[in-house]
Design a protein around this ligand. Structure first.
Ligand code: HEM
Ligand code: HEM
Length: 124
């Protein structure tokens, strides 16, 4: 679980900085919010999940961790993808997808919190 998170985090980091440098070069900041969340929910949060699950293997093995993994990894691309669509087309048609993706991420964060409370400190 920890290793997969670190690999996915590294991919989001690469995408995030490529997006940042592209915005700077072409001087178009419409994607700043997508860049910010790609870096913060993709790179920073997932790198933290990876390190935390490496430190606390009992938490990494739980059903809560697995469910949160999928909520985060399905929710984040839906959330960012839908906002890219909104920025590019100027249409709010993808708003429900952005909301569904965001809700999935938030639900995952709640499961992460429960997982941390349940298993951290219970290492043998
Ligand atoms: C080579 C790496 C990066 C480049 C070239 C870059 C570039 C940029 C640019 C051009 C903006 C828009 C600034 C504006 O709207 O005035 C921006 C915004 C932002 N970046 Fe980056 N960025 C990089 C890496 C990162 C990383 C690693 C993070 C987080 C871990 C990050 C977080 C943010 C945030 C939160 C904003 C939004 C700031 C705001 O709305 O005021 N960036 N970045
Ligand atoms: C499901 C989770 C999240 C949702 C739905 C969300 C939503 C939002 C929204 C709607 C904005 C305003 C965007 C704008 O003004 O264009 C925003 C801004 C921001 N959020 Fe989040 N956020 C989430 C998670 C996070 C996390 C985990 C972090 C940091 C670790 C973060 C950092 C920021 C920052 C730095 C800004 C201001 C920069 C910008 O986007 O222009 N967000 N967020």
């Amino acid at each position: 679980m920890g290793k997969v998170y670190l690999k996915i985090a590294a991919v989001y980091f690469t995408l995030g900085v490529l997006m940042g440098i592209t915005m700077g070069i072409i001087q178009d900041y419409r994607f700043a919010s997508i860049h910010a969340h790609t870096n913060l929910l993709g790179w920073v949060s997932m790198a933290l999940f990876g390190i935390i699950y490496h430190l606390y293997p009992a938490a990494a093995k739980s059903k809560l961790a697995k469910t949160q993994f999928w909520l985060h990894n399905i929710g984040l691309p839906l959330m960012t993808g839908a906002i890219v669509f909104e920025v590019v087309t100027g249409s709010l048609a993808s708003l429900p997808v952005a909301i569904a993706g965001s809700v999935a991420v938030v639900l995952g964060v709640i499961l992460f919190m429960i997982n941390i409370f349940k298993y951290v400190g219970k290492e043998s």
